[in-house]
Write a new protein. Sequence first.
Lengths: 369, 279
Amino acid sequence: MTLQDHSAISRVMRSDRGIKWFVGLLLAAAVLLPLGHLLFPPESSLHVSTYTLGLVGKYMTYALLAVSIDLIWGYCGILSLGHTAFFALGGYAMGMYLMRQIGTRGVYGDPLLPDFMVFLNWDSLPWYWHGFDMFWFAAVMVVLAPGLLALVFGWFAFQSRVVGVYFSIITQALTFALLLAFFRNEMGFGGNNGLTDFKELLGFDLQASSTRVGLYVTSALALLAGVLVCRWIVASRFGRIIAAIRDSESRTRFIGYRVEHYKLWLFCFSAMLAGIAGALYVPQVGIINPGEFAPINSIEAVVWVAVGGRGTLYGAVVGAILVNYAKSYFTMAWPEAWLYALGVLFVLVTLFLPKGVLGLVQRFKRAES
Amino acid sequence: MSMLKPLRDFTERDRVFDMVNPALRSPKLDVSHGTVLYLEDISVSFDGFRALNDLTLYIQAGELRCIIGPNGAGKTTMMDVITGKTRPDSGSAFFGQTIDLLRLSEPDIAQAGIGRKFQSPTVFEQHTVFENLELSMAGPRGVWAMLYAKLNAEQRKKIDSVLELTGLQDLRFSLAGSLSHGQKQWLEIGMLLMQEPALLLVDEPVAGMTPQETERTAELLVSLAGERSVVVVEHDMEFVRSIARTVTVLHEGSVLAEGTMDQVQSNPKVVEVYLGEQV
């Protein structure tokens, strides 16, 4: 047996059947759901509605966020309780592009200014809104804005050796600060209402079902690519080093690794991934507002990872989809119970399933064999 | 008064400022004067307790030095100062003639060539034995390089040879956490060897080892001395006697006596410190 095979593909797939199952299922979902939508007439029982596509597409973006959290939490022990801040920043970057695409079709018909700026009697576009009429610029900002914030924040936090629960608390403070900032009208991001009333993306009508299918497939493929790239990272020697940092940070320093650099790189990468997830989320739900920065959202995202099982990547995907499906169900069937259900779920998982749902599956398999 | 100190430092005219004399990033070890480690007048206090008290100690290149002393003599604190974990209140510490240890971080010091084995074995328990050695291997430590790093045949051979030397070849794919105490000690010694340090600091290497294992450790340490310098802190007098050429006795944070084992043992001051203990 060669310990490290030389091709990138084998490095990603090696010694794990779970990842093969995951890739197969995700590809199937990426193909079958749109087929079900396009091939079967609405009255057929096999028909997949636009609503379902949008819902599953949204879950996919949540799953990508969960993967970005699992990468730093499961593999490097950094528990960020502010990761939806990066998700929301990516979402805002995409939202700004979509706002600029509205053009004269807004309520006030101003060719340059989005509606909320006209409403606030602004006469010119703020400097940071320039460039967002171009998709490539917005796409760059989707990763750059969260990445830069993570770089600055992470640099200070890791350089000062802020670890464990203290790090988690300041990430909560970070996302709360951004929540308050984005609520302000003067910030120029639409204040309380955020950005909404989007019309088209790259010339495609956002209401058209073909665009919905396109967004769904893009989200599924982005999730697949995200998981595979993360696998590639954690299967490298870099991956073994971050796991070493998780298990014994000072020991890793004493064999000569600059722990801060490793953490910072990983944190920035994870933030960028969360940003991409946010950018795919916004056109599918049609709105981005400061509520996305709410500290509770970040905690919820961490619960998804815990439920699915840390340190496997696809466990995070399973957790995100399971919990969000439960959430969709609960909020329809019994709305006021959802937060309690979430709390109970987290307590139960922590007490009885320390390795999440996937850990349970593994335990059953071991019991069989 | 302490507030005035930075000002005083600034007005001293015979002094070269740190900023015009920057620490070398990856300096080369220079032992042309035959001394690999210079510790001079090192003092460290923790909340008023003086762990090190004007400690002055020189280690020759290629030497095997044993350091003994009663509990609280400052042995571990001394290692902490050398490896950058603890910054002294005063004094200077140089690795070779050129490398100022007090201005380097822990990873920089490790990369400059000082390896450390801890008192209680600290290995990466969730990694296999092989991976533990791979991570300790001397070489580049940059983030990007590690993303693409692959073992070449030579590095593989190096790991194999260390596995053989430490007797862990059959356990290479076992998790380090599943090893026995003695095996963990050996693994940590192996990790130290992989780092190829010029100076090895070994804290109580034979604690928890069987007599046979202790003997093998003694052989290994003796064989390492010569091309590398080895500093061993140990309580086991039998072990110290079996390997040591020069012994340094620490007491209350400074050097009490230095010499061969016999000289040290007949030193009345040492006998007094170890009163009642068999030296």
